[in-house]
Ligand binder design. Sequence first.
Ligand code: 7TS
Length: 404
Amino acid sequence: MLDIQKIRADFPILSEKVNGKPLVYFDNGATSQKPQIVIDAIAKYYQEINANIHRGVHTLSQLATDAYEISRVKIQHHINAKFSHEVLFTSGTTHGINLVTNGFASILKPGDEVIVSSLEHHSNIVPWQMLCEKTGATLKVIPMNEEGELIIEAYDALLSEKTKVVTVNHISNALGIINPIKYMIEKAHAVGAAVLIDGAQAVPHLKPDVQDLDCDFYAFSGHKMCGPTGTGILYGKEEWLNKLPPYQGGGEMIKEVTFEKTTYADLPHKFEAGTPNIAGGIVLGTAVDYLNHIGFHNIHQHETHLLQHATKRLLEIEGLKIYGTGKNKASVISFNIDGIHPYDIGSIIDKLGIAVRTGHHCAQPIMNFFCIPGTIRASFSFYNTKEEIDIMVEAIKKAKAMLS
Ligand code: 7TS
């Protein structure tokens, strides 16, 4: 079992007060907090080895380059990619998805189909819509049921030889539902479609194995897994990354430039134009080490207890409805209270030091499905406690009494 108090001591912000109350941070789905080791590693980079990478012969540049590339290999091992050049540094999930949709602009033709799920974050809807507009391909949507689960028979029925890409999140940010992606990838491959998995909400909770999943792309953000903001990873299978054209042109992504013709660098540099977030990339490796030190098995166990406790306690509140009641769930709970706007609850409990997200969570189609403007979302991390959940439940009861 995890020693949660010891873990909490790693996160300086967790002992801060907000609005005069001890912070209860339940907005981990938006971004996680950072342990001291990550905060220190950022300063250490700038204090000791700050230099541009992949270009200088001087010592600092080589030290920075080595640290950056060591981090890439660390992440390769973390997600079990076959090659380190299949691991691209990005600024986040959004960047990774746009890199892929941009590449598919030269592949898709009118009549082709792209399948998205109804559980997606806008980041995994809008770029595909833009791609379909550009290419004449058609967007198809996997429907969901009242429990917030994808209707898999409907997915099976959507697949055909017209399907060129399937894109789905590993875990829904708005509801916490874990999708059966391994099955979905297998079925997509059976019709020859490529699959992108949006792993933004999965990587804080589990260690994806991209070879076992056999996905073609897996995108995630560093800031949701204890890493710095402005960091992310796009994993792509070598054959796909070789097939896709570069996303951006510029320095470091070329082999040779003349005014007549430019040839592109080998992977991964072909997709990494310009000076990247060097400190961020290096320190994402520190965050991955930190999470592995805690252990994903332990994280899963603790977060499962938190989810069970929160579900039980929240359902004590009369008129409270949870959205996303499917069986397979991560530690995220979305809910509303009869007749009360989610924003009002969120604002009142903020005054009591409790941070939750309210609104549509950048997943408006899910809110439209349930015919609601939004929800209150509490998303838990391994550093949260049952006591904090009890504090939130009491605060919600208080807010409800004030508002009704
Ligand atoms: N995909 C999913 C499933 C997400 O949850 C998010 C961010 C993104 C993509 C975009 O990630 P970014 O790092 O590129 O911004 N989700 C949330 C959230 O649930 N609350 O704030 C951001």
